[in-house]
Design a protein around this ligand. Structure first.
Ligand code: ASP
Length: 589
């Protein structure tokens, strides 16, 4: 029972034990049913639903007459006596389903317009309408449960961190533009016209400075802002549980994080067995075709290049003869029974992942083989392929021919596509680390190296020599936390040596002046005894989405934006007055 409210109980609380008690409930009228002179109302609050009944013969019929006037979504307060539901009227689906409350008195607290959609878990409207009336959408039990789960998990991780001597420190939202790979949101300064703050893409540099400051174990539930073209499941602002530690190495950070995460998950009833599996970046790419594998799906990638070295099929033999080219394959069990037309459509799917075409072999249930390419293969090649791919009737083997990364990515994409198409079960959760990402990738548009994680990441110790000679071969002290095939978090060790940080920025295309201008404060700090440090950030929205079993992070955010970055409820972003612009020294083009 809560206190300091207008009610004695919540709408989710009453049980058989309460029979005979006088209670007062508050909530919204959910469903109202008139039944042979009796009125039944399902009264809903955030905690649950209780059936309350109004009888014209009871208490002079006054409450009954008021009940005749109330409508859906009106907030009311009712007082009455808890009684057992008549035999056969119990509702086992409802926690309060054994009882009802016979009402003596009702107070109407407000009326409501008819909502634009029904407040039901079963959705009967477009997401835009839900977002426009989000305050009504939140009344749906499912949204409410999602927000509650998010609150519980956030509290759990705070407790887990606090219990391990991590200190929560707030860092500013108005800060300096410090690139981390995305575009900054800018905030014009009124007092210094022509100057801008940037909203942090993450508190990365600030947490490093906290380590220089001796905080040693830091965390923050931090809002991060990235002005990117929004893909389906991105938001311009999102929340990270941001963490940093000093006087640690990579293993220390990962072990500590495993304990923190296992503890936090356990507090919301999810078991995360530790130690977590660690998969090297290139092993993840080669085996699952992605750096965020869902290992529950099976369907691993196989390198079959050598099988076809002498093949009459020129495409495969050509790849085998070319340095850096690969023939790789996956086996989608069950899809070998698909009709030809359905299999043919997979080429378009593969094209979406960068393939020029899709070679395939369908092993039919009756033992026959259907494929546009098998006529080129010798018996030995087929036998070797069957053995390598563990072929059974009903299998569909698909191939990618490309350089290592592209072949991996094509089949990685096909693997998830086929798992979805074949309804491969995903039971429980899948947790793992992917470690040792490359330090750089080559940005073809910008014609320069880009930091794979961010410019402050420590290279793998043994690769320091390679950094200048062969940058793409250099690894980094990094780790991503992968949950159910999503990148749920990531982090790494940081450079704590000022000269190494300057060298890194130069390699990334900054001149010394640029580096000074943008990151001077970091470089200064690194010169004052910066300790070895490393950390991590957990994508809170994504983790909550997975815990809630939802497909979109919008389902676990109270007020998310659309994919074009709008808030449909308030109509943000919106125009501002000429006066406001003038005050910050701006004129529109
Ligand atoms: N700041 C990083 C990010 O937002 C996480 C980290 O390395 O701690 O991805």
């Amino acid at each position: 029972m809560d206190s300091h409210t207008m009610h004695t109980h919540t709408c989710g609380e009453l049980r058989r034990e309460n029979i005979g008690q006088q209670v007062t409930l508050t909530g919204w009228v959910w469903h109202r049913r008139d039944h042979g002179g009796l009125i039944f109302v399902d009264l809903r609050d955030r905690d649950g639903v209780t059936q309350v009944s109004f009888d014209p013969e009871h208490s002079g019929g006054e409450a009954f007459h008021t009940a005749e006037t109330i409508r859906s979504e009106w907030p009311i307060k009712v007082t009455g006596t808890v009684r057992e539901r008549p035999e056969g009227m119990e509702n086992p689906k409802l926690a309060t389903g054994q009882i009802e409350v016979l009402i003596d008195a009702i107070e109407v607290l407000n009326s409501s317009k008819t909502p634009p959609f029904q407040i039901e878990d079963r959705l009967d409207c477009a997401e835009d309408v839900r977002l426009r009336y989000r305050y009504l959408d939140i009344r749906r039990p499912r949204m409410m449960a999602n927000l509650k789960l998010r609150s519980d998990f956030t509290f759990a991780i705070r407790e887990a961190l606090h219990g391990r001597d991590f200190m929560e420190v707030e860092t500013p939202a108005l800060f300096k533009s410090t690139p981390e790979g995305a575009r900054d949101f800018l905030v014009p300064s009124r007092t210094q016209p022509g100057h801008f703050y940037a909203l942090p893409q993450s508190p990365q540099l600030l947490k490093q400075l906290l380590m220089v400051g001796g905080v040693e174990r830091y965390y923050q539930v931090a809002k991060c802002f990235r002005d990117e073209d929004l893909r389906a499941d991105r938001q311009p602002e999102f929340t990270q549980v941001d963490i940093e530690m000093s006087f640690v190495d990579e293993d220390d950070v990962m072990s500590e994080l495993e304990d923190v995460l296992a503890d936090a998950f356990a507090r919301v009833g999810v078991e995360m067995p530790t130690p977590l599996r660690r998969i090297e970046y290139w092993d993840a790419m080669d085996t699952y075709g992605t750096d965020k594998p869902d290992t529950r799906l099976g369907m691993e990638l196989h390198d079959v290049t050598s099988i076809f070295a002498e093949s009459k099929f020129k495409l495969f033999a050509g790849a085998a003869a070319t340095e850096g080219q690969y023939v790789k394959a996956i086996n989608a069990k069950g899809a070998g029974a698909w009709p030809r037309a359905q299999i043919d459509k997979l080429a378009d799917v593969a094209a979406g992942f960068g393939a020029k075409g899709l070679a395939w072999i369908a092993f039919r249930e009756d033992g026959s083989v259907n494929s546009p390419i098998v006529k080129f293969f010798s018996d030995e090649e087929m036998a070797a392929l069957r053995a390598e791919m563990d072929v059974e009737p009903g299998d569909l083997v698909m191939f990618a021919v490309a350089d290592r990364k592209l072949a991996d990515e094509i089949l990685g994409g096909m693997r998830v596509h086929m798992a979805n198409a074949l309804n491969v079960p995903r039971e429980g959760h899948d947790f793992l680390w992917v470690v040792n990402f490359p330090l750089f990738h080559w940005d073809d548009e910008a014609k320069r190296y880009e930091a794979e994680h961010q410019p402050f990441t420590l290279p793998t110790e043994s690769d320091v020599e390679k950094i200048k000679a062969d940058p793409l071969a250099a690894g980094s002290a990094t780790y991503d936390f992968v949950m159910d095939g999503y990148e749920a978090g990531g982090g790494g060790m940081r450079i704590h040596n000022a000269q190494m940080q300057l060298d890194m920025l130069e390699l990334l295309g900054y001149t010394v002046e640029d580096a000074r201008e943008k990151f001077g404060f970091l470089m200064d700090a690194l010169e004052y005894g910066a300790p070895p440090m490393g950390g991590f950030a957990l994508g809170l929205d994504r983790v909550c989405m997975l815990l809630a079993g939802e497909d979109s992070i919008r389902e676990v955010m109270a007020f998310p934006k659309t994919s074009s970055g709008s808030d449909l409820m308030s109509d943000a972003p919106s125009e501002v007055t000429g006066k406001q612009l003038k005050e910050v020294g701006l004129r529109l083009l």
